[in-house]
Design a protein around this ligand. Structure first.
Ligand SMILES: [Zn+2]
Ligand SMILES: [Zn+2]
Length: 80
């Protein structure tokens, strides 16, 4: 299976959390698709740290909060 994601989202999220104030929403911008693995990771982290994580990729916007992503992305599931 072709997998273009190198999971740089995970690193970006981790660094973002360290470099921003606790309790503030974290905004991350990526050029590539957020892969299923990183998507699950972001949901998990948002629940653990209790912070909103917004990840914008080339075509869509994910808003992770308390373990869920508010974006409707059936299309993403199809493409991954
Ligand atoms: Zn990934
Ligand atoms: Zn999402």
């Amino acid at each position: 299976m072709l997998h273009l994601c190198h999971h740089s989202e995970k690193l970006a999220i981790a660094l973002g959390l360290i470099n921003t104030a606790p309790g503030t929403p974290l905004r991350i911008r990526k050029n590539l698709w957020v892969c299923e693995d990183c998507h699950t990771y972001a949901k998990f982290i948002s629940k653990i740290v209790g912070r909103a994580i917004m990840v914008r990729d080339a075509n869509r916007f994910h808003d992770f909060e308390n373990g869920v992503c508010s974006f409707l992305h059936g299309l993403l599931v199809m493409l991954v």
